[in-house]
Design a protein around this ligand. Structure first.
Ligand code: SF4
Length: 491
């Protein structure tokens, strides 16, 4: 996704904003070569008296420098703030290798299914082959364990199903006037969408967003608050890295909401708590994994396959990967099935066909009983569709009960951190390849039937939607004051 703000910067309007004195820094890196040439990667933005148009700033008297912080970042992969630069330095291949070399912490890696598919398409392998070879490679450089966020995603899906049922019942029994029970419920797994909602939309949209953590953060919480003990490692001695399809996940991992304090026996009595830890220490993208393999001159196709770590990996006894269909997490389909059964006793076998509406990125599915629509779900991908949806919600004209919202057109398989198409391959062709690869190998299994998820509830979280699950697998959102980015954008 690219905002007008970042697009303007790329187009060279930076010339209007470069000032000799440096007080607010926006550093530009990666593909922003034009900006880098302009001022060695560091520019200063001053706010004009009338910030409505960029070119007015040149002639207007310049006032206080605008502070651009991480909270202004829309994760558009356009310009990045100084705070984000620091964050990115901590979430890089170099830092990952530094941690391994230092050997002070046990490095564990959680691989997303979208990255696995991206690597499989790039190397012409199956997802399972990729998983086993990557596990072998990562362990050869010192990683202690490699896991699978399809597994934590099942917990995110279960919690989302529970949350939906509670909202639907309250809403339809009209037991509540609480905004927190608002429908439509909007999916929360995409940090690009969350970023946009918090920073540019009115506060009354936030209660619509599901409180469930994304699979990445659910995995972080599981790893550092429970499963590390099975590995016989203290949470503070774990350095947890995820491999994800987008850069926005780096921003998500850096949210203050995903920092927690460890409580140990005796802490409460002494009135103290243990160290503050982040659930996910670093995020690498699919493309960065290829960079790492290339930097180390690894012939990935020639690597040996090693057994997978089964503790938090969706693999059955016959070595089949399992999970839900859906390259963006399958939230709409999974919650629809669960709600149809739980609320109306309707069971669906086989795959669900979502009807394409105004474009391929806006699809819907309904459940009708006796001529009445009982459930109306949608998938809305890309900002054009999100904007239309938000407009309807604000106008009170949205008829959906649940919407799976994803910032990227075509969803997560098309994330900005995925490996780019090969020469001569179109983006469309690549996405189709990824979609078929993704579906072909995944044995479809209801998250409620995942033995690992069941075990985690039995031994630790008590039951889906319990107080403990709400504490550990749910989060909250924050309305941000309209900032510099929203002044210059018209999302
Ligand atoms: S839709 Fe795009 S930005 Fe959102 S989580 Fe997926 S890959 Fe990341």
């Amino acid at each position: 996704m690219t905002s007008k703000f970042s697009a303007a910067l790329k187009l060279g309007d930076l010339n209007d904003f470069i000032a000799p004195s440096q007080s607010c820094i926006v550093s530009l890196s990666g593909s922003k070569e034009k900006a880098l040439k302009l001022n060695n990667g560091m520019v200063e933005i001053h706010q004009s008296q009338k910030p409505a148009a960029f070119n007015q700033a040149k002639s207007a008297s310049r006032t206080d420098p605008v502070k651009v912080t991480l909270h202004d970042c829309l994760a558009c992969s356009g310009c990045i703030t100084s705070a984000e630069t620091v964050m990115l330095e901590h979430q890089s291949v170099d830092e990952f290798l530094n941690q391994l070399e230092a050997g002070k912490k046990a490095v564990v890696v959680s691989l997303s299914p979208q990255s696995r598919a991206s690597l499989a398409a790039y190397y012409g392998l199956t997802q399972l082959q990729v998983f086993k070879r990557l596990t072998g490679f990562l362990k050869s450089i010192g990683v202690k364990g490699v896991f699978d966020t399809s597994c934590s995603r099942d917990l995110s899906l279960i919690e989302s199903c529970e949350e939906f049922i509670v909202r639907y019942r309250k809403n339809h029994n009209q037991e509540t006037g609480s905004q927190h029970d608002s429908l439509p419920m909007l999916a929360s797994a995409c940090p690009g969408w969350i970023c946009y909602a918090e920073k540019t939309l009115d506060a009354d949209i936030l209660p619509h967003i599901s409180s469930v953590k994304s699979p990445q953060q659910a995995m972080g919480a599981i790893m550092k608050r429970h499963s590390c003990h099975n590995l016989d490692i203290l949470p503070e001695d774990i350095y947890h890295v995820t491999i994800m399809p987008c850069y926005d996940k780096k921003l998500e991992a850096s949210r203050d909401d995903f920092v927690f304090a460890i409580e140990r026996t005796g802490d409460k009595e002494q009135g103290s708590v243990g160290p503050q830890l982040t659930e996910v220490d670093s995020v690498l993208t699919s493309g960065e994994i290829v960079d790492l393999l290339q930097a180390k001159k690894i012939d990935f196709r020639a690597l040996a396959e090693v057994p997978l770590d089964r503790m938090l990996t969706n693999i059955d006894e016959e070595d089949h990967l399992y999970g839900v269909p859906g390259g963006s997490g399958g939230y709409a389909e999974c919650i629809f099935r669960h709600a149809a059964w739980t609320l109306f006793g309707k069971e669906f076998s086989g795959s669900l066909e979502f009807k394409i509406l105004r474009n391929a990125d806006f699809r819907e599915m309904t459940l009708e009983l006796d001529g009445k629509t009982m459930l109306r779900f949608a998938c809305a991908y890309g900002f054009r569709n999100i904007q239309n949806l938000v407009r309807k919600i604000k106008a009170g004209k949205c008829e959906y009960h649940f919407v799976e919202i994803m910032a990227c057109p075509a969803g997560c398989l098309n994330g900005g951190g995925q490996i780019k198409p090969k020469k001569g391959q179109s983006v469309k062709d690549l996405i189709q390849t990824l979609e078929s690869l993704y579906l072909k190998e995944m044995q479809v299994r209801d998250p409620y039937n995942n033995p690992i998820a069941k075990g985690l509830y039995e031994k630790w979280l008590e039951k889906p939607g319990s107080e403990k699950a709400l504490d550990i697998l749910h989060t909250r959102y924050h309305h941000r004051e309209k900032s510099v980015s929203s002044q210059y954008t018209n999302w």
